[in-house]
Structure formats: structure tokens, C-alpha cells
Design a protein. Sequence first.
Lengths: 625, 359
Amino acid sequence: MNRFAELLDRLAYEPGRNNKIKLLVAYFRETADPDRGYALAALTGALSFKHAKPGLIRDLITERADPVLFGLSYDYVGDLSETVALMWPKAVSAPNSESLLGHPSPQPSPTRGEGALPARSPDKAARLLRDTDIEREGRTSRSVPSPLVGEGQGEGYHTGGLDTELRPRTHNNPPPPTLTEVVTTLRTLGKTELPAQLARWLDELDETGRWALLKLVTGAMRIGISARLAKTAAAALGDKDAHEIELMWPGLSPPYLDLFAWLEGRGHKPVNRDPTPFRPVMLAHAIEDADFANLDAADFIAEWKWDGIRVQAVSGRDDRGNIHVRLYSRTGEDITGSFPDLVPSLHLPGAVDGELLVLRDGRVQTFNVLQQRLNRKIVSPKLIKDYPIHLRAYDLLGDDDNDLRELPFVERRARLEAFVTKLNDPRIDLSPTVPFTSWEQLTAARADPRSAGAGEDADAVEGVMLKRRDAVYLPGRPKGQWWKWKRDPHIIDAVLMYAQRGHGKRSSYYSDYTFGVWTNGDDGEQLVPVGKAYFGFTDEELLQIDRFVRRNTTEKFGPVRHVVHEPDQGLVLEVAFEGLQRSPRHKSGVAMRFPRISRLRWDKPPREADRLETLERMLKNVTAN
Amino acid sequence: MKLKGAYIAEMRPQDILMPVAAGLCCRPGGFHIDPVRPVERALITHGHSDHARPGHGAVLATQETLDMMRLRYGDDFARSTQVIGYGEQIRLGDVTASFHPAGHVLGSAQIAVTCKDRRIVASGDYKDARDPTCAPFELVPCDVFITEATFGLPVFRHGDAADQVQKLLASVRLFPERAHLVGAYSLGKAQRVIALLREAGYDAPIYLHGAMEKITTYYQERGIPLGELRPARGMKKAELAGTITLAPPSATSDVWTRRFPDPVTAFASGWMRVRARARQGGVELPLVISDHADWGGLTATIAATGAGEIWVTHGQEDALVHWCKTKGLAAQPLDLVGYGDEDEGEAAPAGETADEAEA
């Protein structure tokens, strides 16, 4: 458990993706089965046990610590698990804590006059022996014998072999639990036994271990690791592709002994007997204007690009002929639980690639509406009724037992049309193709989806997809097969108002920018912040903005710099964004979707930047539709 | 309890030492301890800038503290100076003062003030943990103990500094292509981290930010072995891969870091125990190494002094005062301002350039 805790601790601080993978790989390499398997399960969200409630944790600590001290500490630290992990009393020395004052009065210090370097005397060695007996992490060297509480700084004067011999645990210190023990115990433990068991473990673990344990049992890891990243790291252990793991993942279960055996070359590749495996998805490249010159319109089929979420809906029969259904996100995460209302519709064995949308009265709703259904742990009947879920299908990867991925797209499309017809379900329909014979024609359709076939659903169209007729279904982003041609973003000119340091590699740069537009406020013409962007610029542009920020700071608020923004002084940023919505949380009343810096307008004086009214007009256009 | 009161025949502790705007004032002795404003006579506990300020008339301190003030402020930092050794007693007015190791940094001292048969110890900043770069904390029995409370909450338990150094070394092994930047206060912490690295068997050259060179050289001159040290200045980026560099905390998020290959930012401080504190500063590798006593150290020391009355200054006074009271000790926060600045200033790296930056 302590090694796992150390990993979580380190991951929580590491901003870089590659470095996170490196930390994970090192952990998988150094840690034996089955611990590493349970770690992988914890990181991929594959563990299931009833979680402990914060109230239980709070009770545990207030039974053991002065409530006033706990309150002050919690105020300071701000996180319950962390506060408890940090101030959990050491079990072994706890009985001593009350007797501090009753101890013999101090003797004159023996250290007076000693040099700066630690001295070793028989007297100290003897004390060391006694203290180490009492407390494992305890403070063992002070000039005065003192019944010290807890795990102090006290590395004291242990040096040399004596210490290492003495350090192994005595009968008073049971070994800390392994991750495997924790996971397997939690699976079977009754609710009433949980508090005592947790307390025992907290006694045995060090503070990082306690923190990780509490994060694990409360189900609130939040350390910035996706399931995909954890699998990628596992794959890297055996120099394999993460896709291969995704493919077999639904057939695997913790602690993944067969997976690790294969990754280390000790075993066969695990065969996926899962009736509903995930198939790594095929992705598109963004098309540039220059690309069209080399492309023949006749080679492609076009579809609308829907502003929903990509989903793979898989339905299959198990050995006994029962149908199983799973919904996967584009990264292979199982999201079936969030959409129970779609499951009955997938009653034929097959694997559909499509877009998850919310449809009301046959009309596709915007992404903002769909968002209400995402990442839900509990799906209420009301939610299901108010946000009816829908699958718009655009590819068929498997039909019954047949893998169709080797077929050209045009053939898969024909199979898909037949499959959707046979399903005959109101929740599943076909994503229509966009007819065109020349790029000019497609350009026109993209500019006006409403009159080019998307009709009422045009608001949910965010561009067109181009797929080669002969493209087989390949995982990843193969070149030249699929293209996405997004609708042009909205563009405004805004003024840089505040800048903040970035993270990781960018921590020495001001790379997060808050920008604003003009409005007529209480104090006359003033800038009101409308968004924040931290990408879109080149490395060279970042240097330029960073320099500008440093030279034009008017005030500092902690990590945030107030940058000059006057009508004739300041920096205008061209900001591109995908959509706009009303937001009571923003002072301006609007929030942008996917804003990024598209150009630096050194040429433009701030007074000529856009106004809030322009954004409000855009908002009206969207909602009026 | 009120600090100001009518005359009573027996001398009360607050007649010996009391907080005034300039700092802790000893009227019967005619001096201040660690004054924050210029005074006629000052007794200084240690060289950190929030305790040792320039501009006083006469200054009494250990040799090391005086040397450090000279290094930081120049030769004329005070009108006159006088050296006092650990354990030495000096008569000042109606009181006797003596200096005792505080274990905080090189030359740091607690100051015991005795008047008739009553003794007050102003501990300054102190720690009871081992530090190879300074004399260990010495317990001075007393009637009134004035303690700091920088880490005066039970969540602060610093653990073994050697383990933290192992964590740093493990990271260096894991990322040999990256540079490791360790933020550490330039007086005391930096040298302690270096010494701990050497004890852990790390014998490669250790690089220094320019702001640390002078004080580190001074430590070496005082006979503290720190191994081979090099200035980071002028090094090529590629040459710094796999190396360890120490810098003032504010420098680790500064433009200065751009000379390092994909640096891992570490910070050696007791604050690193709290994740939010570490994350605020953009720290990737928090190292819990502190030169202040932790909760266990504070409470154990208070108890061991035998003092019946505890005055608590700079830090988390409330929790420590509460603890003292639950143990039947008279305790009160001592309203002193101006301390903790050296740590705070460096702990929250918001500044543009490193403090005292020379590189």
C-alpha cells in the first residue's frame, strides 16, 4: 500500500503526460503481482466496493484527536482525507501522549559545547535502542530524554548498522497492509466492520499511505490520471500498443495476472472472451484548405459532423446466447451505466460507431443540453425523460459474429443501413450522407447545413466529415482516410486583461490569459472579461506575450498579473471559439466554448476591439434559431 | 492575563520581557531581542532577515550570526558588535543573558534571560531534529518559555529528512534527462539539504543559484563539509541533465529556470506537507524538510522545559495555546509582528526575481 501511495502522491504532483507514464511504468515494473494489478484497477476505475462516507472518517478522527485541534487543522489543510492522514496519531505511542507533563524533569543538556556534527556515545546508543522499541518513526535523539509523541522529525542520530538492525518492526508494529489486502478486504467487509478495519489500517500506514487509503475508500482519487493513461503505461511495460490492451480490456479482470504475464513475455496474449469488446476507434485529421487540391471529390462520402459525443455501442451474445450491451466512449471507457435507456434499443448483436445526442420531438439538441446527461453516476427517471438519449449511427464495425473492419467504408455503410433498418428502433437512426459532386458544392453545404439536408438539426452540426469510400476501419488516426472539416470558428478581437503562470513546462511563462471586450458600464466605457484561453499560440508568440505581460504589469495578485488594458494601451488578441452560451457565473453573462488565441493583433489599438453587444447578438442568433 | 499591570513587589515575567512595537523588550536589561525596528541594543537569535535586521546600535550575537549579518548587510550593519558563545553568560543591567543552541541554522541561539531567580527563554526559531550543519538544540529549563509556532498544528509532523532526500535521489534516477531544481531558503536549508545529500552518498557536483553562493561558502569556511559545489551560472543546458541545483524558492518559477532541461521543481520546506501549499507554488516534488520544530517537537519541547507559562509567537498560535491549556499550562499568544517574513516571502514565490539574486 505504501508503494502505491507513493505512486499516487507523485502522480498528483506531476503535470507532464510522458512523465506520468514513466512513473507508472516504473511502478508496474517494480511491483509484484497482484498488487500492481489492483493498482491498475484502482487507476482505471475498475474496482468496486462500497465507499466510506466522509462522516465516518470525521468520526474516526474526532474519537482520537482534540476536536479543536482537528477543526483548526481542517481549516488550514482544506481537505478531509488529507487532514486526517496528516494528523492521525501513531497508534503505538498514543498511550504516552497524555503523560507528557508527568515525566521526570529535564536534566542539564549533555550537548552543550559539542560541535556541529552528531556525536555517538554509548549513552545515546542505549537510548536509541529503547526509543526505537517504542516507536518506529519516533524521535530518537534529543538532548533530554522525553516521551515524545508521534512521528516527529526525529531521524535523530541514527547512523550505522545498529539502527538498521533495530528498525525492523517489533511485535508492536504490525506490517502495513498491502494494496491487495485492502482491496480484497473491502470487497467482503460488512458496513459495521468498516470503521474498526479502517482505523487499524490507518494505524499501520505512514501518512502518504493513509492519504491514499482514504482517497481509495472514499472513491475520490482525483489525481489527474485517466483510465486510458494507466493502460498506455501498462502497455509500455511490454512495449505494446495501448490499443491492444483496449481490445482485450473488457475480457480482463483485476488483478490482471494474465495481462502482466503477457506484457512481461511470460504468457500468451490474453484472449478476449467478452461478448462486447471495445474496438479502438478510427479518428479523422483536420483538413486544411491546401489539402483539397490533392483530393478527388469522387473518392469521398460526406456526412454531417454532429456536436455530440462519439460512442461505440456494442451488443453481443455470451456462451449461453444471452445478449449483453455495452456503451464505450471514444477512449474505451465503459459508459453504459450513464445511459440505461439506450440499452434495450441495442437488441441485435453488432458494433455501431456513432454519435450520442439528445433528441426532443425528433430535433437534435445542442451540446449544452447533452451535457446534462454526461458523467452521471445516478440516472433518474426524470433525467431520462427530460433528456431523451439517441444514437445516430455512422459506421458498423461488427455484424453478429462478423468483423467488418476490413471492409471498405462504402460496404460497411451499406451493411449499416441494413442493420439500422432491421433494428427498427426510434432511439437509433442513420446519420445521413451529404450529397455532393464537387468541393464547391460541399463548401456550400457546409456553409448552410440547414438547406443542404440537415434542416432543423442544423444547429447541432459542427461541420462535415469526409470518408474515403475505400477506407478500411483502422485504429488511431491513419493518414488520408477520414477528414473532419469543421465549421469556421467564431472570431472576436478581445483585449488581454490578466495573465497567469502556466503549469509544468510553462511554469515560468505567463500562459493563461483572461481577455475582455468593451461595454458601457457604470463607469462609462470599460472592459468586461469574457473568457480565458491558454493555447492556440505558437511558442514564439508565447515568448512575445510573456515579455509583454512582464513589461506591462500594473498589479500583482498572487500568481495573477493585472496587465495594462486602456483604450490606447494594451494587447489585442484575436480569439477563436466554437460556441457561445449564457452564463450567470460570468460577469459578462456569456461563456465561450473552446476559446483559443488565433492571432496577436499588435497592429490594433485596444479601443478598436470588439464589444459585448457583438457577442450578445451572436447569442441571440443562436437561441432564436 | 494582562501584560501591563500595577507595580507588584515580586517581579512578574512581563516586567522582565514584554512585546513592544520594536519587538521583545527587556526593560531591566536595556535591550531588545530580534527587534524589527532599529534600537539602541539588540540581542539577535539567528541570521534570517526577519530576525536579524540592520541599523541597530550595539548588537550581541553568536560569531556566526554576526558574520552572516555582515555578509548580508555589509560591514556597517550596526554601530558596534559583540560576540557571545553558547553557554556564556553576560550581565546586562539587572539581568543575566546567555545564548544556547537552537538547532535552527548555523549560529542560531535561544536567549535565556534571568532576573533574580526567574528565567525566561526566548527560543527564536528552533528545531529539535538532527541537522548536520549546526549545533543541536539544547534544552534550557525555565519558568517562561517563548516558543515559535510556525508549524503549530498537529498536521505538521516533518518525519525523517533522510527519507525526503532519498525521494529526491529516486527522482533523479528516474529522470536522468531532466534537471532537478530544489527550492530551499538560502541560509540554512540549502546547506542542510546539501549535507544530507552527501550523507546519502550523493557525490556528484551540486549546482548553486548565485544567491546562495556567498552564504554556502561561509558554511564551508566554518568547517561544514558540503562536497563539490559549482555555480549553475554559465552552464550549458545539456550539461545540467541529471544534476541537482539548489536555488531560492522564488527562483524556481522564474525565467532563470529556462536554462535547465525540462526541470523537475522540488521545494524543501515544512509547508510541503500540505498538498494545497505545494501545488500553489507549482511544486512537482515536495520535500518535507524543515528547520522549524514540528507539532511533536513543539509540544515535547514545551513540556520538557518545565516552564509553567508559555508565550507563543509567529505562526499558528491558536492551536498551540489551546494545547498548552489542555495540559494545564498558562499560555498566551504573544503579539509580535514582522516575523516569519523570510520564510513566507520565499515560500510563496510570486516575485519576479530571486531574493538577493546575483545570477
